[in-house]
Design a protein around this ligand. Sequence first.
Ligand SMILES: NC(=O)c1ccc[n+]([C@@H]2O[C@H](COP(=O)([O-])OP(=O)(O)OC[C@H]3O[C@@H](n4cnc5c(N)ncnc54)[C@H](OP(=O)(O)O)[C@@H]3O)[C@@H](O)[C@H]2O)c1
Length: 342
Amino acid sequence: MTHSTTQNRQWILRERPQGAVDERHLQMGSVERPVPAAGEVLVRNIYLLVPPAMRLWMNEEDSYVPAQPLGEPMMGITLGIVEASHDPALPVGTYVNGMGGCQDWFTAPAAQLMPLAPHPGVPLAAYRSVLDVQGLTAWAGLHEVCQPQAGQTLVVTAAAGSVGSLVCQLGAQLDLHVVGIAGGADKCRWLREDCGIAATIDYKAEDVGARLAALCPRGIDMVFENVGGPMLDRLLERINDRARIALCGMVASYNGGGTQSAHALMRLVTKAARMEGFLVRDHFHRYAEVAAKLQALVLEGRLEYRIDILDGLDQLPVALENLFHGRNLGVQLLRLSPERGA
Ligand SMILES: NC(=O)c1ccc[n+]([C@@H]2O[C@H](COP(=O)([O-])OP(=O)(O)OC[C@H]3O[C@@H](n4cnc5c(N)ncnc54)[C@H](OP(=O)(O)O)[C@@H]3O)[C@@H](O)[C@H]2O)c1
Protein backbone atom coordinates (compact mmCIF):
# COMPACT_ATOMS: atom_id res chain seq x y z
CA MET A 1 0.00 0.00 0.00
CA THR A 2 1.33 3.46 -0.91
CA HIS A 3 0.78 6.69 0.97
CA SER A 4 -2.68 8.27 0.98
CA THR A 5 -3.67 11.95 0.98
CA THR A 6 -6.23 11.46 3.74
CA GLN A 7 -4.66 8.79 5.94
CA ASN A 8 -1.34 8.70 7.80
CA ARG A 9 0.32 5.30 8.13
CA GLN A 10 2.65 5.02 11.14
CA TRP A 11 4.96 2.40 12.60
CA ILE A 12 4.21 1.99 16.32
CA LEU A 13 6.71 0.48 18.77
CA ARG A 14 4.61 -2.24 20.39
CA GLU A 15 7.25 -4.14 22.35
CA ARG A 16 10.90 -3.47 23.11
CA PRO A 17 13.25 -5.88 21.31
CA GLN A 18 15.89 -7.71 23.32
CA GLY A 19 17.78 -8.84 20.22
CA ALA A 20 16.96 -8.25 16.56
CA VAL A 21 13.75 -6.41 15.63
CA ASP A 22 10.91 -8.53 14.22
CA GLU A 23 7.16 -8.33 13.64
CA ARG A 24 6.42 -8.60 17.39
CA HIS A 25 8.03 -5.25 18.08
CA LEU A 26 6.69 -2.95 15.37
CA GLN A 27 3.14 -2.60 14.18
CA MET A 28 1.80 -0.54 11.29
CA GLY A 29 -1.22 1.61 12.12
CA SER A 30 -3.15 4.32 10.34
CA VAL A 31 -4.73 7.56 11.58
CA GLU A 32 -6.19 10.57 9.82
CA ARG A 33 -3.73 12.89 8.12
CA PRO A 34 -2.82 15.65 10.62
CA VAL A 35 -3.96 19.22 10.11
CA PRO A 36 -1.40 21.99 10.70
CA ALA A 37 -2.24 24.45 13.51
CA ALA A 38 -1.55 28.18 13.32
CA GLY A 39 2.17 28.72 12.66
CA GLU A 40 2.70 25.11 11.56
CA VAL A 41 3.30 23.40 8.25
CA LEU A 42 2.12 20.03 6.92
CA VAL A 43 4.95 17.88 5.55
CA ARG A 44 4.69 14.83 3.29
CA ASN A 45 7.62 12.57 4.05
CA ILE A 46 9.54 11.46 0.95
CA TYR A 47 12.63 9.71 2.38
CA LEU A 48 13.01 8.06 5.75
CA LEU A 49 16.56 7.41 6.96
CA VAL A 50 17.01 4.00 8.59
CA PRO A 51 20.22 4.30 10.62
CA PRO A 52 21.64 1.56 12.86
CA ALA A 53 20.95 3.82 15.85
CA MET A 54 17.19 3.35 15.30
CA ARG A 55 17.63 0.02 17.06
CA LEU A 56 19.12 1.83 20.10
CA TRP A 57 16.16 4.22 20.26
CA MET A 58 13.90 1.20 20.90
CA ASN A 59 15.68 0.25 24.15
CA GLU A 60 14.23 1.10 27.55
CA GLU A 61 17.24 3.16 28.53
CA ASP A 62 17.88 6.54 26.95
CA SER A 63 20.60 6.69 24.29
CA TYR A 64 21.72 10.03 22.92
CA VAL A 65 17.99 10.73 22.67
CA PRO A 66 15.25 9.85 25.18
CA ALA A 67 13.97 6.29 24.76
CA GLN A 68 11.21 5.83 22.19
CA PRO A 69 7.93 5.55 24.16
CA LEU A 70 5.95 2.33 23.70
CA GLY A 71 2.67 2.66 21.81
CA GLU A 72 3.81 5.80 20.01
CA PRO A 73 4.86 6.35 16.38
CA MET A 74 8.56 5.56 15.93
CA MET A 75 10.93 8.49 15.82
CA GLY A 76 12.37 8.96 12.36
CA ILE A 77 14.73 11.25 10.48
CA THR A 78 13.07 12.34 7.24
CA LEU A 79 13.26 14.49 4.16
CA GLY A 80 9.89 15.79 3.01
CA ILE A 81 8.04 18.50 1.17
CA VAL A 82 5.75 21.18 2.59
CA GLU A 83 2.20 20.53 1.32
CA ALA A 84 0.34 23.14 3.41
CA SER A 85 1.76 26.09 5.27
CA HIS A 86 0.69 28.51 7.97
CA ASP A 87 4.14 30.11 8.07
CA PRO A 88 5.46 32.29 5.23
CA ALA A 89 9.00 31.20 6.13
CA LEU A 90 8.24 27.75 4.63
CA PRO A 91 6.05 28.03 1.54
CA VAL A 92 4.33 25.05 -0.06
CA GLY A 93 6.78 23.11 -2.21
CA THR A 94 9.81 23.65 0.08
CA TYR A 95 11.90 20.55 0.73
CA VAL A 96 12.71 20.15 4.43
CA ASN A 97 14.75 17.89 6.67
CA GLY A 98 13.31 17.10 10.07
CA MET A 99 12.37 14.53 12.68
CA GLY A 100 9.29 13.54 10.72
CA GLY A 101 8.83 10.07 12.24
CA CYS A 102 8.27 6.67 10.64
CA GLN A 103 5.05 7.84 9.00
CA ASP A 104 3.71 9.42 5.84
CA TRP A 105 2.78 12.87 7.14
CA PHE A 106 3.55 15.17 10.06
CA THR A 107 2.99 18.74 11.20
CA ALA A 108 5.56 20.98 12.87
CA PRO A 109 6.41 24.62 13.45
CA ALA A 110 8.73 25.95 10.74
CA ALA A 111 11.50 26.54 13.30
CA GLN A 112 11.83 22.78 13.88
CA LEU A 113 12.57 22.09 10.21
CA MET A 114 15.58 22.71 8.01
CA PRO A 115 14.72 24.04 4.54
CA LEU A 116 16.83 22.58 1.73
CA ALA A 117 18.08 24.14 -1.48
CA PRO A 118 18.94 21.05 -3.53
CA HIS A 119 21.43 21.50 -6.35
CA PRO A 120 19.96 20.29 -9.66
CA GLY A 121 23.06 18.17 -10.28
CA VAL A 122 22.68 16.18 -7.07
CA PRO A 123 19.95 13.58 -6.32
CA LEU A 124 17.48 14.78 -3.71
CA ALA A 125 18.14 11.70 -1.57
CA ALA A 126 21.74 12.85 -1.09
CA TYR A 127 20.40 15.62 1.15
CA ARG A 128 19.26 12.98 3.63
CA SER A 129 22.51 11.04 3.40
CA VAL A 130 25.99 12.07 2.24
CA LEU A 131 25.21 15.80 2.44
CA ASP A 132 23.59 15.48 5.85
CA VAL A 133 24.21 13.51 9.04
CA GLN A 134 26.51 10.89 7.52
CA GLY A 135 28.73 13.48 5.86
CA LEU A 136 29.00 15.64 8.94
CA THR A 137 29.66 12.58 11.13
CA ALA A 138 32.49 11.46 8.85
CA TRP A 139 33.98 14.93 8.71
CA ALA A 140 33.70 15.63 12.46
CA GLY A 141 35.09 12.30 13.60
CA LEU A 142 37.98 12.48 11.19
CA HIS A 143 38.97 16.11 11.66
CA GLU A 144 38.00 16.82 15.26
CA VAL A 145 38.67 13.48 16.95
CA CYS A 146 41.29 11.73 14.81
CA GLN A 147 43.26 14.93 14.19
CA PRO A 148 44.85 13.53 11.03
CA GLN A 149 48.47 14.06 10.06
CA ALA A 150 49.53 13.34 6.48
CA GLY A 151 51.36 10.04 6.05
CA GLN A 152 49.84 8.44 9.13
CA THR A 153 47.74 5.26 9.03
CA LEU A 154 43.96 5.38 9.46
CA VAL A 155 41.86 2.21 9.79
CA VAL A 156 38.11 2.50 9.18
CA THR A 157 35.57 -0.18 10.14
CA ALA A 158 32.21 -0.66 8.36
CA ALA A 159 34.28 1.03 5.69
CA ALA A 160 31.86 0.52 2.81
CA GLY A 161 28.95 1.87 4.85
CA SER A 162 27.48 5.30 4.58
CA VAL A 163 29.71 7.00 7.16
CA GLY A 164 32.71 4.72 6.69
CA SER A 165 33.02 5.15 2.93
CA LEU A 166 33.09 8.93 3.32
CA VAL A 167 35.73 8.72 6.06
CA CYS A 168 37.92 6.55 3.83
CA GLN A 169 37.77 9.02 0.94
CA LEU A 170 38.18 12.15 3.06
CA GLY A 171 41.14 10.48 4.77
CA ALA A 172 42.77 9.60 1.45
CA GLN A 173 42.37 13.21 0.32
CA LEU A 174 44.38 14.22 3.40
CA ASP A 175 47.20 11.90 2.25
CA LEU A 176 46.60 9.38 5.01
CA HIS A 177 47.36 5.71 4.46
CA VAL A 178 43.78 4.41 4.65
CA VAL A 179 42.83 0.81 5.36
CA GLY A 180 39.13 -0.01 5.03
CA ILE A 181 37.58 -3.07 6.69
CA ALA A 182 34.27 -4.23 5.24
CA GLY A 183 32.18 -7.39 4.92
CA GLY A 184 32.40 -9.01 1.50
CA ALA A 185 34.44 -8.97 -1.68
CA ASP A 186 31.98 -6.73 -3.53
CA LYS A 187 32.10 -4.02 -0.88
CA CYS A 188 35.92 -4.15 -0.81
CA ARG A 189 36.06 -4.00 -4.61
CA TRP A 190 33.79 -0.93 -4.62
CA LEU A 191 36.09 0.76 -2.10
CA ARG A 192 39.15 0.00 -4.23
CA GLU A 193 37.81 0.54 -7.72
CA ASP A 194 35.29 3.37 -7.23
CA CYS A 195 36.47 5.10 -4.07
CA GLY A 196 40.22 4.75 -4.70
CA ILE A 197 41.00 3.06 -1.36
CA ALA A 198 43.79 0.66 -2.24
CA ALA A 199 44.05 -1.20 1.05
CA THR A 200 40.95 -3.14 2.08
CA ILE A 201 40.23 -6.12 4.30
CA ASP A 202 37.23 -8.38 3.84
CA TYR A 203 36.69 -9.38 7.46
CA LYS A 204 34.26 -12.12 6.44
CA ALA A 205 36.78 -13.95 4.25
CA GLU A 206 40.27 -12.84 5.31
CA ASP A 207 42.46 -13.22 8.40
CA VAL A 208 42.06 -9.69 9.77
CA GLY A 209 45.12 -9.89 12.03
CA ALA A 210 47.41 -11.07 9.23
CA ARG A 211 46.03 -8.51 6.80
CA LEU A 212 46.44 -5.68 9.33
CA ALA A 213 50.05 -6.71 9.88
CA ALA A 214 50.65 -6.61 6.11
CA LEU A 215 48.75 -3.39 5.39
CA CYS A 216 49.80 -1.40 8.48
CA PRO A 217 53.55 -2.11 8.70
CA ARG A 218 54.10 1.08 10.74
CA GLY A 219 51.19 0.37 13.10
CA ILE A 220 47.90 2.24 13.41
CA ASP A 221 47.76 5.95 14.25
CA MET A 222 44.00 6.51 13.92
CA VAL A 223 40.91 4.34 14.02
CA PHE A 224 37.46 5.45 12.90
CA GLU A 225 35.41 2.87 14.75
CA ASN A 226 31.89 1.98 13.69
CA VAL A 227 31.68 -1.65 14.80
CA GLY A 228 33.22 -2.38 18.25
CA GLY A 229 33.64 -5.83 19.85
CA PRO A 230 36.42 -8.19 18.74
CA MET A 231 37.13 -6.04 15.65
CA LEU A 232 38.05 -3.08 17.85
CA ASP A 233 40.17 -5.33 20.09
CA ARG A 234 42.26 -6.37 17.10
CA LEU A 235 42.82 -2.77 16.11
CA LEU A 236 43.75 -1.63 19.62
CA GLU A 237 46.37 -4.37 19.74
CA ARG A 238 48.17 -2.61 16.87
CA ILE A 239 47.92 1.07 17.82
CA ASN A 240 50.94 3.34 17.97
CA ASP A 241 51.95 5.75 20.72
CA ARG A 242 49.44 8.60 21.01
CA ALA A 243 46.96 6.96 18.63
CA ARG A 244 43.52 8.55 18.29
CA ILE A 245 40.42 6.35 18.16
CA ALA A 246 37.20 8.09 17.10
CA LEU A 247 34.39 6.02 18.60
CA CYS A 248 31.56 6.76 16.20
CA GLY A 249 29.43 3.71 16.96
CA MET A 250 29.51 0.03 17.90
CA VAL A 251 26.99 -1.51 15.55
CA ALA A 252 28.04 -5.07 16.46
CA SER A 253 26.45 -4.58 19.90
CA TYR A 254 23.18 -2.80 19.05
CA ASN A 255 21.16 -5.99 19.01
CA GLY A 256 22.64 -6.90 22.41
CA GLY A 257 25.84 -8.52 23.61
CA GLY A 258 29.35 -7.53 22.65
CA THR A 259 32.35 -7.19 24.98
CA GLN A 260 35.77 -5.55 24.81
CA SER A 261 38.87 -7.31 26.08
CA ALA A 262 40.56 -5.66 29.05
CA HIS A 263 43.90 -6.58 27.48
CA ALA A 264 43.04 -4.60 24.35
CA LEU A 265 41.71 -1.63 26.35
CA MET A 266 44.93 -1.61 28.38
CA ARG A 267 46.72 -0.73 25.15
CA LEU A 268 45.15 2.72 25.46
CA VAL A 269 47.17 3.13 28.64
CA THR A 270 50.43 1.64 27.49
CA LYS A 271 50.31 3.64 24.23
CA ALA A 272 49.04 6.85 25.88
CA ALA A 273 46.30 6.73 23.27
CA ARG A 274 43.00 8.60 23.24
CA MET A 275 39.68 6.90 22.49
CA GLU A 276 36.89 9.45 22.27
CA GLY A 277 33.19 8.99 21.64
CA PHE A 278 31.56 11.79 19.73
CA LEU A 279 28.11 12.82 18.56
CA VAL A 280 27.41 14.53 15.29
CA ARG A 281 24.91 16.85 16.98
CA ASP A 282 27.77 18.58 18.81
CA HIS A 283 29.08 19.63 15.39
CA PHE A 284 25.90 21.06 13.88
CA HIS A 285 27.36 24.57 14.07
CA ARG A 286 29.63 23.42 11.17
CA TYR A 287 26.74 21.93 9.19
CA ALA A 288 26.41 24.54 6.43
CA GLU A 289 30.17 24.80 5.90
CA VAL A 290 30.78 21.04 5.79
CA ALA A 291 27.71 20.30 3.63
CA ALA A 292 28.89 22.93 1.11
CA LYS A 293 32.39 21.37 1.00
CA LEU A 294 30.97 17.88 0.53
CA GLN A 295 28.54 19.04 -2.14
CA ALA A 296 31.43 20.62 -4.05
CA LEU A 297 33.34 17.31 -3.86
CA VAL A 298 30.28 15.40 -5.09
CA LEU A 299 29.78 17.79 -8.01
CA GLU A 300 33.47 17.50 -8.92
CA GLY A 301 33.15 13.71 -8.92
CA ARG A 302 35.65 13.42 -6.06
CA LEU A 303 33.37 11.84 -3.46
CA GLU A 304 31.62 8.53 -4.15
CA TYR A 305 28.56 7.51 -2.18
CA ARG A 306 25.83 4.94 -2.43
CA ILE A 307 22.21 5.25 -1.43
CA ASP A 308 20.25 2.07 -0.89
CA ILE A 309 16.56 2.89 -1.38
CA LEU A 310 13.74 0.51 -0.54
CA ASP A 311 10.27 1.49 -1.71
CA GLY A 312 7.46 1.76 0.82
CA LEU A 313 7.01 2.50 4.52
CA ASP A 314 6.16 -1.17 5.04
CA GLN A 315 9.81 -2.03 4.29
CA LEU A 316 11.07 -0.69 7.63
CA PRO A 317 11.64 -4.12 9.25
CA VAL A 318 13.47 -5.29 6.11
CA ALA A 319 15.65 -2.19 6.11
CA LEU A 320 16.57 -2.68 9.77
CA GLU A 321 17.44 -6.31 9.17
CA ASN A 322 19.57 -5.35 6.17
CA LEU A 323 21.71 -3.02 8.28
CA PHE A 324 22.60 -5.69 10.81
CA HIS A 325 23.43 -8.24 8.15
CA GLY A 326 25.49 -5.84 6.05
CA ARG A 327 23.03 -6.13 3.16
CA ASN A 328 22.71 -2.34 2.73
CA LEU A 329 24.90 -0.81 0.06
CA GLY A 330 25.38 2.69 1.44
CA VAL A 331 22.84 4.80 3.26
CA GLN A 332 19.64 2.88 3.94
CA LEU A 333 16.60 4.97 3.00
CA LEU A 334 12.94 4.19 2.52
CA ARG A 335 11.09 6.07 -0.21
CA LEU A 336 7.62 6.84 1.14
CA SER A 337 6.21 9.03 -1.63
CA PRO A 338 7.29 10.67 -4.90
CA GLU A 339 9.71 13.59 -4.86
CA ARG A 340 7.19 15.77 -6.72
CA GLY A 341 3.48 15.83 -7.49
CA ALA A 342 2.04 13.27 -5.09
N1 LIG B 1 28.35 9.25 16.61
C1 LIG B 1 27.43 9.73 15.78
O1 LIG B 1 26.98 10.87 15.88
C2 LIG B 1 26.96 8.86 14.65
C3 LIG B 1 26.21 9.37 13.59
C4 LIG B 1 25.84 8.52 12.53
C5 LIG B 1 26.21 7.17 12.57
N2 LIG B 1 26.92 6.71 13.65
C6 LIG B 1 27.38 5.33 13.72
O2 LIG B 1 28.18 5.10 12.59
C7 LIG B 1 28.20 3.70 12.31
C8 LIG B 1 27.89 3.48 10.84
O3 LIG B 1 26.57 3.93 10.59
P1 LIG B 1 26.01 4.06 9.12
O4 LIG B 1 24.73 4.79 9.21
O5 LIG B 1 27.10 4.56 8.25
O6 LIG B 1 25.66 2.55 8.76
P2 LIG B 1 26.32 1.66 7.62
O7 LIG B 1 27.78 1.53 7.93
O8 LIG B 1 25.92 2.15 6.29
O9 LIG B 1 25.57 0.28 7.84
C9 LIG B 1 25.90 -0.54 8.91
C10 LIG B 1 27.02 -1.51 8.48
O10 LIG B 1 27.60 -2.03 9.66
C11 LIG B 1 28.17 -3.28 9.36
N3 LIG B 1 27.77 -4.24 10.42
C12 LIG B 1 26.52 -4.48 10.85
N4 LIG B 1 26.56 -5.41 11.82
C13 LIG B 1 27.86 -5.73 11.99
C14 LIG B 1 28.56 -6.63 12.85
N5 LIG B 1 27.91 -7.40 13.73
N6 LIG B 1 29.92 -6.68 12.74
C15 LIG B 1 30.58 -5.93 11.85
N7 LIG B 1 29.98 -5.07 11.01
C16 LIG B 1 28.65 -4.97 11.09
C17 LIG B 1 27.61 -3.72 8.00
O11 LIG B 1 28.65 -3.57 7.03
P3 LIG B 1 29.59 -4.83 6.61
O12 LIG B 1 28.89 -5.48 5.45
O13 LIG B 1 30.87 -4.19 6.25
O14 LIG B 1 29.65 -5.73 7.79
C18 LIG B 1 26.52 -2.72 7.73
O15 LIG B 1 26.35 -2.46 6.36
C19 LIG B 1 27.19 3.06 13.27
O16 LIG B 1 27.88 2.54 14.36
C20 LIG B 1 26.33 4.23 13.67
O17 LIG B 1 25.67 4.03 14.89
C21 LIG B 1 27.29 7.53 14.67
